[in-house]
Design a protein around this ligand. Structure first.
Ligand SMILES: NC(=O)c1ccc[n+]([C@@H]2O[C@H](COP(=O)([O-])OP(=O)(O)OC[C@H]3O[C@@H](n4cnc5c(N)ncnc54)[C@H](O)[C@@H]3O)[C@@H](O)[C@H]2O)c1
Length: 374
């Protein structure tokens, strides 16, 4: 997607002049944020803190909300009208933090107007819509980034490093619990709201070199909302790796705990324990084959390793700073972002398969049988 993504190809739809390559490397990216609800303010705060971004506008169709967010004394302009934002030539990039149903249309307008885009998870409300967004950005040489925030946390980066360095041995499973008394969403079910976090993390730390075979989802709608508030999602990979995610808006306690089991070591990531988010256990199970006398069956002996635990020091850094750095780096230097539009598409593919599984009595959906729209 990138390979010089800051370089426009002079296509007919993108009339904006190219920034000079040397100034582009040092100038902050003129930025706008659309959406000043729950998540948008976090992007605004981080964009204001980061040297690489120059926040010019906050746009929300509730303009008073945008005004309250930036404050009366701010030089950041507010509007309810995206056209006003796109008419400002100093805006090179737009971050979209509006409800998922609006992502496609808003992103498409920004891309058509020659702007780089950062879109909140989930990238779009369907794979087909996401694919259109990715293609539109690629045709115009623009960066389409997807905010899979957790992939930018020091904890997830550490777990990925441990896996890549072979410290866990062969990864065996990913098991996560993401439950709390969460905001019950009207527009999307618990899978579309919470599962993008786990799917993107699994994709980021375990996706490389293995193929996702099936997706199974089971959901419950105890409130009669018409969609699931409690969900169980299972991903099965070609090497036997199993990822399971428990998602729930109706839990009285908040739990954000993930276990990644490997043949050598196992990691427990408790995101609610800042002093010790990641614990690496030397524990595991070893199997030895015992040969019995001829005629008898071979047996396997199980032995348990109860080793020590290490809690690696992690620097505390807000993940959204990393998201914005990665996005602006891709815009200025053409570096490949960790979670680009294609990463967003992979998440959408799983979400759609989960939906299909639920519609089909929670039977496993083979990803190979899902036809990607052309
Ligand atoms: N990365 C994360 O960890 C994380 C966390 C929470 C939410 N999110 C995502 O952020 C997005 C927004 O979620 P939220 O909880 O902030 O929603 P929200 O409903 O609290 O806020 C959305 C805001 O967008 C505004 N808006 C809607 N349509 C608009 C339009 N066409 N033009 C301008 N403004 C418009 C609304 O007025 C509202 O202020 C969603 O995609 C959600 O999945 C991401």
């Amino acid at each position: 997607m990138n390979g010089g993504s800051a370089v426009h190809n002079g296509s007919r739809l993108n009339e904006r002049p190219l920034p000079d390559a040397t100034t582009a490397a040092t100038n902050p990216v003129g930025t706008a944020v659309i959406g000043a609800g729950y998540w948008g303010p976090n992007i605004v705060r981080n964009a204001m803190a980061l040297e690489e971004t120059d926040l010019k506008w906050v746009c929300d169709r509730d303009e008073a909300r945008a005004s309250r967010l930036v404050g009366a004394q701010s030089a950041i302009r507010v509007t309810r009208d995206i056209d006003e934002v796109l008419a400002d030539e100093s805006v090179e990039a737009v971050a979209i933090a509006t409800p998922p149903a609006t992502h496609g249309a808003l992103a498409y307008r920004c891309i058509e107007a020659g702007r780089h885009v950062l879109v909140e998870k989930p990238l779009a409300r369907s794979y087909a819509e996401g694919l259109m967004m990715v293609r539109a950005a690629e045709e115009r040489g623009l960066v389409l980034h997807c905010d899979h925030t957790y992939c930018y946390t020091p904890a997830v980066q550490k777990i990925r490093d441990l896996i890549d360095a072979g410290e866990l041995g062969t990864p065996l499973y990913y098991d996560s619990v993401r439950v709390n008394l969460g905001l019950v969403q009207q527009e999307v079910d618990v899978f579309w709201d919470l599962a993008p976090h786990d799917i993107s993390i699994v994709d980021f730390i375990l996706g490389s070199g293995r193929e996702l075979l099936t997706v199974t989802a089971e959901g419950a709608d105890p409130l009669g909302l018409g969609h699931a508030c409690v969900g169980y999602l299972t991903l099965r990979f070609d090497d036997g790796l199993l990822a399971h995610c428990h998602l729930n808006w109706l839990s009285p306690t908040k739990i954000r705990t993930t276990i990644v089991g490997g043949s050598h070591r196992m990691v427990v990531w408790n995101d609610l324990l800042p002093a010790q988010r990641v614990s690496v256990f030397e524990s595991g199970v070893d199997l030895a084959e015992i040969d019995l006398s001829p005629g008898e069956q071979r047996r396997r002996k199980v032995s348990y390793r109860m080793g020590s635990m290490v809690a690696p020091a992690l620097r505390e850094r807000e993940a959204l700073l990393g998201v914005l750095e990665d996005w602006t780096g891709a815009i200025r230097s053409g570096t490949k972002p960790k979670t680009d539009g294609h990463a967003g598409l992979r998440v959408l593919r799983v979400l759609e398969a989960a939906q299909a599984s639920m519609c089909n009595g929670s039977t496993p959906v083979c990803l190979g049988t899902m036809v990607a729209p052309r």
